[in-house]
Design a protein around this ligand. Sequence first.
Ligand SMILES: *[C@@H]1O[C@H](CO)[C@@H](O)[C@H](O)[C@H]1NC(C)=O
Ligand SMILES: *[C@@H]1O[C@H](CO)[C@@H](O)[C@H](O)[C@H]1NC(C)=O
Length: 597
Amino acid sequence: FAFYLKFSDFLITKGSAMTTFNELLLEGKLCDAIIKVNDVEFNVHRIILCGCSFYFCALFSSGWSDTKKQVYNIPGVSSEIMRLIIEYAYTCSVPVTEDNVECLLVAADQFNVMGIVRACCSFLENKLCVENCIGIYRFADFYCCWELRQRACLFILQHFEEVVRTSEEFLDLDVLQFCDIIEKDNLNIMQENVVFEAILQWIAHTPATRKHHISLLLPKVRLALMDINYFLYNVKNNEIVKDSEECKPIIINTLKAMYDLTLKDAANFQSPLTHPRLPNAILLAIGGWSGSSPTNGIEAYDARADCWVNVTVEEESPRAYHGTAYLNGFIYCIGGFDSMEYFSTVRKFNPVTRTWHQAAPMHSRRCYVSVAVLDGFIYAMGGYDGYVRLNTAERYEPETNQWTVISPMHQQRSDASATSLHGRVYICGGSNGNECLFTAECYSPDTNQWTLIAPMRSRRSGVGVIAYGEHIYAVGGFDGIDRLQNAEIYNPVTDSWHIMSVPMNSPRSNFGIEVMDGLLFVVGGFNGFATIFNVEYYNQKTNKWCEAHDMGIFRSALSCCVVPSLPNITDYTAPRHSPQSPQMELGQSVSKDIFSS
Ligand SMILES: *[C@@H]1O[C@H](CO)[C@@H](O)[C@H](O)[C@H]1NC(C)=O
Ligand SMILES: *[C@@H]1O[C@H](CO)[C@@H](O)[C@H](O)[C@H]1NC(C)=O
């Protein structure tokens, strides 16, 4: 996009001169050279072709004669492509299509027409998808189009699992290109066995010629981070690995590193065997109630390293019982309470610059507010304004920085929770001031109407509600007597709830809830006795709750949101000092250990 912008600026300034030259060309006037490709002749002005390519400059300046029209025979290109190149020299524009882009880029590279190279690269960049990204990557690698190569590489890294599963071109990577991809920290995989299995798949394509590459590829896997049983049965016992002498020390060192990990609490992120990848998204825990006061604390969860990083901006004031939403690069903090004031204010955080900004305030003060994002709007619903529990709702449009009141809900809902799924906003539970609610309702922006859906099995205030897969999950909360440990799941197709078969490890209300990497996270909250900092996640595939690392700050009434693909994600992750040369380090420590014993 940026390129097209510059490109059209250029056309505006150069436009009139270009038009004149092009007219001369079309009329065949003042031409001083003939380019001959196969049997097709093109009358051209040397000076114009010189303007777009060093190749033609060099060609024309050797054997220059201004008396007669010279004929230049150009081999290795089709007349159709040469026509496009000449047209480009005169008009500064070129029609790139799926059919011609490959030949055009090759020819533009050969004739050094950088304008066309850039146009082709930007065309290919916009066409990147799982099916073609490897092909484009290899193509860009071959023609030294570094920017395109980098974009394609980034695309492969982000969609690695899908690429390995579905792209036939993946098997055509050469060993160095394959290494270049799997050694990257920002390879987006949740488990290292994905990389190991990709290696096996790649080798199996032509085992005879690829088997020996195992010793080069295996050290790119962060082996010591694998599940021990997986490592023993699938890696150590693998025939190709067993057959390779060079792999033996790698296996031994991995076992040692795994043993060390069980002894130490903190992992060694520097070692190539235990160096975690970078996450593709981060989970932020923002504000809340900690001890006897609200906090301004922000912590970022680094899922690959399983740790929380303190990214608090000290100047920002504390806020609890608020809602958060991520939209178009900003994290919005909406409403809430600081122990003095019930907020109508909205603050937005830019995670790249790590600065806070004011956004337009809501129409109502809303503490214990429920927030959801749908189709580019932020919805803020219910809450408490200091006097009454609200049934009102409003929505925010970032482009105009405006809140608009929408239809009120059927019930007053304070301390409820909301999410969106398939074009609707869902809000469940909460309290009306007298009792905790088991009712739930959904909003359709098309009709601007709220509809009561089937009620939950339990009353839930301070509940966490989130869309996960095709369902709505209502997790934990307070039923008027106890903090709940269970969750229930709503199926919008059948309009029915069922209790989740496995409860959380800890009961909790007023916690943060989000889905990241296909896992449902619950963060902090109140367990009935104390404010907690523990975090757990549910995996739909295994139907299990597992503990994640505790936050640094114990808190309830916090709010969580997920921030995808940050440019400077390392500002939000545990420090990993990239090892200079993993293989070298590995090789050195290996030889020392093996040969000294
Ligand atoms: C987090 O960082 C902030 C700002 O640097 C600091 O004031 C606060 O004490 C830190 N919190 C924790 C729990 O380390
Ligand atoms: C994050 O990256 C942006 C753009 O790459 C840069 O301007 C900014 O300074 C970085 N922020 C920090 C805190 O390093």
